[in-house]
Design a protein around this ligand. Structure first.
Ligand code: FAD
Ligand code: MLT
Ligand code: ZN
Length: 475
């Protein structure tokens, strides 16, 4: 059990970090003590903002010697309250937001070395500046940080072609719970020196080490892109459409996001300056992005032809390919506003589940109907990354109910039911958001003894005092 920080420890931290790196001011800390969804509020003994890896090392050594817990935080966009300290105020909140140097970008090695606090959109810009791109994007790209993206093994809207963060991390620099700095930044494409600490820290949610920098894989910038908005009537059609497009265009298809009519309606209702891309109402919508490298044929023509054929074959009802970059951005803005629109609309029992892609249509249609029958009045909003088998299966309160009170009362039962529905299809209760604190009980209930014991043995080996991000991930 971690200790409470003593005044000596806090004084030593303040002396080491200086005024820019240390505060106990309640107003300065407040924005970082609540999770993005507003479900959990914590407290911290101090907010530490180290400027570099040396200062992270100093913090870990001082806190470790005193047996005091550390909660790492990047952009605080976690969907499972993974970066929110618990309410006892005994932990130190360690923010990486001052560690925002992109140490290098190389078009020779196709590698970027970015510090943990680098914001995703800044990395995108730096890569574009040398004719490359970092092929992972998500709606929180303006806030999510490299350290957080690695620690949650984030997914997003390009997993279909490039995989999750795990596939893009070539090297990691981190400070381990014993205060040692792991210097694993070398971006070797092949390196078989024993267990892969890089992969172990990826998805560890700050419980095994503090990521301070990473070497990340870059790919050639796309010479052109085509973005289409498609109306379909059944979730089954979406899967058929995806496979048809892949037959026709192969790897050019990079994103394939499914959005229910109610999702589009939520965005149009709550997010200003948005309008429906198609005139007729459709039960489902799909946002598709295809790209082409320099010298390859235009993805627009290929996508238009493939979609025309799909409509003829009955896999789609209607489609529009963006006629300009601004129209393409407008389509993406609808998709990327879904979480915000849902948040404005109220609390929901959020689920970030994954099943085999072939099971997706069942989950989106029949699975949703089962939940709505089991909990009368609730409304399922299922959207997300269809090609990855990842649905954000969010269950909303019956109309007219106080969603916060309803969630407190019904949320756990609903989540257990949804997770069991998914597990019965060999699915996962967490596809990309991780476990954090919101899914910890469900993880303990469903993970199985073998998996739990192995993870606890690893945790015990690296963090025997249990000081790194206590109360997250592991029971
Ligand atoms: P934080 O929220 O600050 O922390 C996340 C976890 O990582 C915590 O456990 C924290 O302790 C740990 N951590 C943070 N920094 C470090 C570090 N340097 N070292 C060790 N541990 C650390 N996620 C997806 O995967 N796909 C999506 O499509 C997606 N869309 C989103 C859309 C919106 C609007 C929002 C708000 C969130 C979305 N997310 C998505 C969730 C979230 O953006 C990701 O989980 C992201 O990886 C979190 O990054 P962050 O920097 O905000 O991390
Ligand atoms: C998304 O894909 O938009 C996110 O993962 C966020 C969410 O689940 O709300
Ligand atoms: Zn997502």
């Amino acid at each position: 059990m971690p200790n409470r920080p003593t005044s000596d420890l806090l004084a030593a931290l303040e002396a080491r970090l200086g005024p820019r790196g240390f505060t106990r001011d309640a107003d300065a800390m407040a924005p970082w003590l609540k999770d993005w969804r507003g479900r959990v509020e914590g407290a911290a003994a101090a907010l530490l903002s180290p400027a570099d890896t040396d200062e992270v090392e100093a913090i870990v050594r001082l806190a470790g010697a005193a047996g005091v817990a550390i909660v790492p935080q990047g952009g605080n966009t976690s969907m499972v309250a993974g970066a929110t300290p618990d309410a006892d105020g005994a932990s130190l909140l360690l923010s990486t937001r001052r560690m925002r140097t992109i140490r290098s970008v190389s078009s020779q090695d196709n590698v970027a070395v970015a510090e943990a606090g680098v914001i995703l959109s800044d990395l995108h810009e730096a890569a574009n500046g040398i004719g490359r791109r970092f092929p992972l994007s998500l709606a929180a790209k303006g806030s999510a940080t490299i350290g957080g993206l690695i620690s949650t093994n984030a997914g997003g809207t390009q997993v279909l072609r490039f995989g999750t963060m795990r596939a893009l991390v070539l090297g990691i620099e981190a400070v381990l719970p014993n205060g040692a700095r792991f210097d694993g930044l070398s971006a070797l494409r092949k390196d078989n020196r024993g267990y892969d600490l890089r992969q172990l820290l990826c998805g560890a949610e700050g419980t095994l080490g503090i990521v301070t920098a990473a070497s990340l894989r870059l790919v050639p910038a796309a010479a052109a892109r085509a973005v289409a908005w498609v109306g379909i009537e059944r979730a089954d059609d979406a899967l058929g459409l995806l496979r048809r497009l892949e037959d026709a265009m192969g790897e050019a298809i990079e994103s394939f996001e499914i959005i229910p009519a109610e999702g589009l309606a939520l965005v149009l209702r709550h997010i200003a300056h948005t309008r429906a891309p198609l005139t007729d109402p459709h039960r489902w919508h799909v946002l598709i992005e295809a790209t082409a490298r320099a010298g390859a044929p235009s993805p627009t023509d290929a996508l238009e032809q493939a979609l025309a054929r799909a409509i003829e074959e009955g896999h789609a009802a209607d489609a529009i390919v963006a006629a300009s970059e601004s129209q393409a951005e407008a389509f993406w803005r609808i998709r990327e506003s879904l979480s915000e629109a849902e948040r404005i609309d109220g609390f929901a029992a959020k689920h970030d589940v994954s099943v085999s892609v072939s099971v997706m249509p069942w989950l989106l249609e029949d699975g949703a109907a089962e939940v709505e029958a089991r909990f009368p009045g609730v409304r399922v909003l299922g959207f997300g990354h269809l090609g990855d088998g990842n649905v954000h299966f969010n269950v909303r309160a019956p109309i007219g109910m106080d969603s916060k009170a309803w969630l407190a009362d019904q949320g756990d039962d609903i989540s257990a039911y949804v997770h069991d529905l998914v597990r019965a299809k060999d699915g996962s209760i967490s596809a990309e958001h991780g476990i954090g604190q919101l899914k910890r009980a469900e993880f303990a209930r469903t993970a199985g003894a073998t998996r739990l014991h192995a993870l606890q043995a690893i945790k015990q080996a690296l963090d025997p005092q249990g000081l790194f991000n206590p109360g997250k991930l592991l029971p």
